[in-house]
Design a protein. Structure first.
Length: 178
């Protein structure tokens, strides 16, 4: 995990945070959140649902490494399960609700409790997850909405998870085109 306190990473997240706070951006994201919530409600077995956010929603000022943005809704009372992105650095913010976005490091899961209150510092609302770092969301008693930014285009983003029958083997899929 790259801490939000590192100067270069903090600069990227500050720009992203400023963009997501804009009313014009939220008027685009909020209807996407509703659509993703409906998807999750319809698929009662799913732990999460997602949809990309058009990069045009953010105007012309996205930081250079950002190539896609997503809304994820994570189901209340669940753990999403371990996943990583072998081809993308992820920056994720708590948009509505709260949860624990855990990353694997030093042979254990490390908690990162994130909240959505805009008055809270960046470190309590954002997490930066480098390429190939295992992470999972632990969601409390209400669905948790996050917005994430990736360094690959939406149609190239790969999710990798451990194979349920053999933790030494992983399975990959793309979020789009399933």
């Amino acid at each position: 995990m790259i801490l939000v306190t590192h100067q270069e990473e903090r600069a990227v997240i500050q720009v992203l945070d400023g963009l997501v706070r804009q009313v014009s951006v939220r008027t685009i994201i909020d209807p996407i959140v509703l659509q993703v919530e409906q998807k999750l409600a319809q698929d009662t077995g799913a732990l999460l649902a997602w949809q990309p956010v058009p990069l045009t929603a953010y105007g012309e000022t996205l930081p250079e490494p950002i190539r896609s943005s997503w809304v994820f809704v994570l189901r209340a009372g669940t753990t999403s399960g371990a996943e990583r992105h072998p081809n993308s650095h992820q920056r994720v913010m708590s948009y509505r609700g709260y949860g624990d976005l855990q990353v694997w490091g030093n042979e254990r899961w490390q908690s990162n409790h994130l909240v959505s209150e805009q008055r809270e510092p960046l470190e309590k609302r954002w997490l930066s997850i480098p390429v190939n770092v295992w992470h999972q969301a632990v969601v409390p008693d209400q669905n948790w909405v996050v917005v994430s930014f990736h360094t690959v285009p939406a149609d190239e983003l790969i999710e990798e998870r451990p194979d349920p029958s053999d933790a030494q083997v992983t399975r990959q899929k793309r979020y789009l085109g399933q």
